[in-house]
Design a binder for this molecule. Structure first.
Ligand SMILES: C[S@@+](CC[C@H](N)C(=O)[O-])C[C@H]1O[C@@H](n2cnc3c(N)ncnc32)[C@H](O)[C@@H]1O
Length: 202
């Protein structure tokens, strides 16, 4: 099985026809999360894929509690193999909201962020890694509508988007939902610029 190493962490990739292979977006989010997260935090990663970002945090941070969700069963299996506690579910389903035990300091999501038409969909479970709907923001918008119910007051979210996802639309939605918004990381990759957007719940 193919393995990669990143920030002192070895990650098994599984079948990359079925599970998203960590790429520049995953690396940018993992590095931003490493800067933001503190020992002792309760962290939730939505859409963990191979478990890459969560594994990097678990290796490099002491005493964090981390749980992840993932809709693709092949990816959920891969993340488990990489030592991530993962719930196979759609976004937050399966985590009871507003229960103090289910409130987090930090919630991460590298969503499917590409604007995708019917003809551009890829077959099978892997489509969930890429398909952001026509706007590129379908899954991210659903995430943003629900995420407050799982955050402690003063808690933060880190979401990965691309310049083609539309920073202004994402910022406007986050601000409307009560977040203070800041772009905390950027990287140009061929035709797009990847960004990590931080939202702090006021
Ligand atoms: C761009 S990939 C990122 C994977 C991994 N976090 C990384 O950074 O390498 C997006 C991931 O989110 C998952 N996903 C998409 N929609 C989801 C949903 N509604 N609920 C849970 N996971 C979802 C996909 O299956 C995929 O694994």
């Amino acid at each position: 099985m193919v393995e990669i190493e990143y920030r002192k962490t070895r990650i098994k990739l599984g079948d990359t026809d079925l599970v998203y292979e960590p790429a520049e977006d995953s690396f940018l989010l993992a590095d931003a999360a490493l800067k933001d997260a503190k020992p002792g935090m309760r962290i939730l990663e939505i859409g963990t894929g191979s478990g890459f970002v969560s594994s990097v945090l678990l290796t490099n941070l002491k005493e964090i509690y981390l749980v992840a969700t993932e809709i693709n069963p092949h990816a959920a299996r891969c993340a488990k193999m990489n030592g991530v506690k993962v719930i196979r579910t759609d976004l937050f389903k399966g985590i009871k909201s507003k229960n103090p035990e289910n409130l987090f300091d930090l919630i991460l999501f590298n969503p499917p962020y590409l604007p995708t038409s019917e003809e551009e969909k890829v077959p099978g479970w892997l489509n969930y890694a890429f398909d952001g709907g026509i706007s590129g923001r379908d899954t991210l918008d659903r995430f943003l509508d629900e995420v407050r119910d799982y955050l402690k007051l003063g808690g933060e979210i880190l979401v990965l988007i691309s310049s083609i996802t539309g920073l202004d639309a994402v910022k406007a939605k986050m601000e409307k939902l009560g977040f203070e918004v800041e772009v905390v990381a950027r990287k140009k990759v061929s035709f797009e610029e990847l960004m990590v957007v931080k939202g702090k719940l006021l």
